[in-house]
Design a protein around this ligand. Structure first.
Ligand code: PLP
Length: 472
């Protein structure tokens, strides 16, 4: 029997790898088997297409290409130019942006590129010029302090971590927390929703240089028109980090006030979450910031990854097809069905539901910490991650929440009926788990965990992952 192209491609690749280091080939095969068997509900993960994956595994990886299309610091970049220009073109068309910078290696990198572009655009600083020609990693704490002082201790206002914001929006564990004097806006304790009047008040008091919108764990839409008005009222640059929901923007589920691109001065994203591309990042902006954004490498980025830019071009071409809009809508339909299924079974959800791709469970209702719940679910074949809930009494390590998302299962083809079955599995595990003697320990009958694990695998049998890929 002749094999299809995808099976041939992956089988051949593994054969070539196996001849050098069989343990790597085995691990790659094992990873596919594991992913096929598990109910993946990690809100930030997905399954890239075989074309996207294959575009990364080739000799583009060998090429240095510092600079931008047509202006490289290395010779022989004509083919890199082709793929970088294609990725940027697809991104501009897809999102309706004037400029797209597709070199960032990740979402964190894309945010750093944006922050430095905004600083360079907005602030006259000899210290910044010095930092631009030095390796950022060489700057000492004292250098940063001097730089901040010279930059006027520039201020950033972003969403608080426990309300769903991201570390890169000015928090200490990330370098943005050293670069900026940061203040956060949270959510209304009664509704869990962003209170735009409170954001406006914080902006008036704090007068940030940058107002950031975007999140990792907020289950609702954000009104970017109102946020832009707030930014304008205090002269702030408005930045949106759409890392999580870029697929919903690409698929035209988020339009009008909820599409960040027409409203923000600058938009950053990852390419591997709901957008379903390779691991990487991207920055979109208007012509005013384009030159500064294009200095991302070498300011804060290592040399571009041409093989990943090739894969970005493939994935963005896929996202421009009409069926991607259908996919994006199904992500939200599934998240809402999952949320409804959980609420019906008595689970407490932050904001009571969702209008995007993610659902945030408050597992304190089950008497558990997020850490206990995450592990009990994992024992039962359900892959999620723990996450803080607003004003979380258990902090960011143990947490009281579980974040789940539907981009990955939707790619496999699961629909609303399967989401109800998934809600049942989650509820059964959480209601049968009891807390142990520490915030990490718990008790769950192994026989029940095993039974749920089998049911989770059964749920997936009708929806094979990479159905055309047979590794033999
Ligand atoms: N921004 C947001 C809102 C995110 O949720 C994440 C990842 O979780 C990032 C940025 C960072 O992305 P990456 O892991 O690609 O650096």
């Amino acid at each position: 029997m002749s094999l299809n192209a995808e099976s041939t491609a992956f089988r051949s690749a593994l054969e070539v790898i196996r001849a050098v280091e069989p343990r790597v080939a085995d691990a790659i095969g094992a990873e596919l088997a594991d992913q096929r068997e598990s109910l993946k509900l990690i809100a930030s993960e997905n399954y890239a297409s075989p074309a996207t994956l294959l575009a990364m595994g080739n000799w583009f990886s060998d090429k240095y290409a510092e600079g931008t299309v047509g202006r490289r610091f290395y010779a022989g970049c004509q083919n890199v130019d082709t793929v970088e220009a294609l990725a940027a073109e697809h991104a501009k068309e897809l999102f309706g942006a004037a400029h797209a910078y597709v070199q960032p290696h990740s979402g964190i990198d894309a945010n750093l590129v944006a922050f430095w572009a905004i600083l360079a655009d907005r602030v006259e600083s000899p210290a910044l010029k010095k930092a631009q020609v030095r390796q950022v990693n060489d700057l000492t704490e004292a250098d940063w302090f001097a730089l901040r002082r010279e930059l006027g201790n520039q201020r950033m206002l972003g969403m608080s971590l426990d309300a769903g914001g991201h570390l890169t929006h000015g928090f200490r564990p990330n370098i943005s927390g050293k670069m900026f004097d940061q203040r956060s806006y949270g959510t209304d304790p009664a509704t869990g929703l962003i209170d735009y009047d409170r954001v406006a008040e914080a902006a008036r008091e704090f007068k940030p240089l940058i107002l950031v919108a975007g999140y990792s764990a907020y289950p609702r839409k954000v009104n970017f028109r109102i946020m832009r008005e707030i930014a304008d009222s205090v002269g702030a640059t408005f930045m949106v980090d759409m890392a999580h929901f870029a697929g919903l923007v690409a698929g035209k589920v988020f339009t009008g006030d909820f599409d960040p691109v027409p409203h923000a001065h600058i938009v950053t994203t990852t390419t591997h979450k709901s957008l379903r591309g390779p691991r990487g990042g991207m920055v979109l902006c208007g012509p005013e910031l384009a030159d500064q954004v294009d200095r991302g490498c070498p300011m804060v980025l290592g040399g571009p990854l041409p093989h990943v830019m090739a894969a970005k071009a493939v994935a963005l071409a896929e996202a421009r097809r009409p069926d991607f809009a259908d996919y994006a809508q199904r992500i939200v339909d599934n998240a809402q069905a999952l949320a409804e299924g959980l609420v019906r079974r008595g689970t407490k959800l932050v904001t009571g539901g969702t209008d995007n791709h993610l659902v945030l469970l408050d597992v304190s209702g089950y008497g558990l910490t997020g850490r206990q719940a995450e592990q009990a679910l994992l024992d039962s074949g359900i892959v999620t991650n723990r996450n803080a809930v607003p004003q979380d009494p258990n902090g960011a390590w143990y947490t009281s929440g579980i974040r789940i998302g539907t981009p990955a299962l939707t790619t496999r083809g699961l629909g609303v009926a399967e989401m109800d079955a998934t809600a049942e599995l989650i509820h059964t595990v959480l209601s049968q788990t009891t807390p142990g003697e520490s915030k990490a320990k718990y008790v769950l009958d192994p026989a029940l965990a095993d039974k749920i694990s089998k049911q989770a695998t059964e749920l997936l049998t009708g929806f094979p992952l990479y159905p055309a890929v047979d590794l033999g």
